[in-house]
Design a protein around this ligand. Structure first.
Ligand SMILES: [Zn+2]
Length: 320
């Protein structure tokens, strides 16, 4: 048979690091012919020193060591992406504020020391944006042109994709869907505003609405048919649905991806979300908007960080 495929496209590897308050995860992805494949991944407990002031130095050193270990095991990588759970400065690669990791993180360089430890260009990204990018490129939103994503956990992370690109904004904060106001006089949110989606849909509020100690128990109770838990999830779904309907009116996405622990409730949460969307997003054809659970689980952050590093490197190279 004639070989009509021509020379094979180069296969390039990229490393993603995911900084969490409990674990640091890493993954090496390979990119060829527009497709992504996972080569290796692992996680280690985050070095949280008893001395709060020493935590950032310890974690940044650990990220550098982890990157070096991953590269030693998987061979050279072209870029490193680092997902961080909070605010950062895309121009300098320093963190600004990480609400759930101890330590003074304001102005703490992270990308530069990891790059210095490995000799590879490194780029930061918010962890929710990394989640969305991973689901867009190799997860449940593959092939979508526009999407919104929500991660339902301790907080409510968000991500917006328009025309195949994650919207980052001028300072990396675009996509905070969880902090849109849905009740001007609602409960206080950790961000300082009141009545945010997150103030109703973060894990502790899900548990409170369902009469359980944790969000995981809330999901289990609802799945077992507990009436209060079912009502609680329906209420949470209603608030999420209002926020999502606002986003549908704003960008008319192809796909809505829901991830994080509470999304495990499946239809018990998705059905009230859909019902609320149908009440409030009337300008577009909702038949063309699909709501899907995330596919990549706990690894989405590391995968998305790897993809982000690759895309930032490509943008730098081509001057975009
Ligand atoms: Zn908020």
């Amino acid at each position: 048979m004639d070989d009509v495929t021509g020379p094979a496209a180069p296969r390039v590897r990229h490393l993603g690091l995911d900084l969490g308050g409990t674990n640091l995860k890493w993954s090496v992805l390979e990119h060829a012919d527009g497709a992504w494949a996972m080569v290796a991944r692992d996680r280690v407990p985050t070095r949280i020193d008893a001395d709060r002031d020493a935590v950032p130095d310890a974690i940044v050193a650990q990220l550098g060591e982890l990157a070096a270990t991953a590269i030693a095991g998987c061979g050279p990588v072209a870029s490193i992406g680092i997902g961080v759970p909070g605010l950062y400065d895309p121009a300098t690669g320093a963190t600004r504020f990480l609400p759930n990791v101890p330590g003074p993180w304001a102005g703490r360089p992270v990308a530069a020391p990891v790059s210095a430890a490995t000799g590879v260009p490194a780029f930061l990204v918010n962890d929710a944006r990394a989640f969305g990018l991973a689901e867009l490129r190799l997860g449940s939103a593959r092939g979508a042109s526009s999407m919104i994503g929500l991660t339902l956990g301790t907080g409510v992370g968000g991500v917006i994709v328009v025309d195949d690109h994650v919207v980052i904004g001028h300072d990396g904060t675009a996509g905070e869907i969880g902090h849109q106001t849905i009740d001007p006089d609602g409960p206080w949110c950790g961000c300082g505003n009141r009545g945010c989606v997150e103030a109703y849909a973060r894990a502790d509020q899900v548990a409170a609405a369902c009469g359980t100690a944790t969000a995981e128990e809330a999901v289990n109770a609802a799945q077992a048919g507990d009436a209060r838990a079912l009502r609680g999830l329906a209420d949470v779904g209603r608030y999420l649905g209002i926020g999502i309907a606002n986003m549908i009116n704003a960008i008319s996405p192809d796909v809505i991806v829901l991830g994080g622990g509470v999304a495990a409730a499946g239809e018990l949460l998705f059905a009230p979300i859909r019902a609320e969307i149908a009440r409030r997003a009337t300008m577009t054809s909702l038949d063309a908007v699909t709501i899907v659970p995330a596919e990549l689980g706990i690894w989405a952050g590391a995968y998305g960080a790897a993809v982000h590093g690759a895309e930032r490197l490509a943008a730098t190279t081509t001057g975009r």
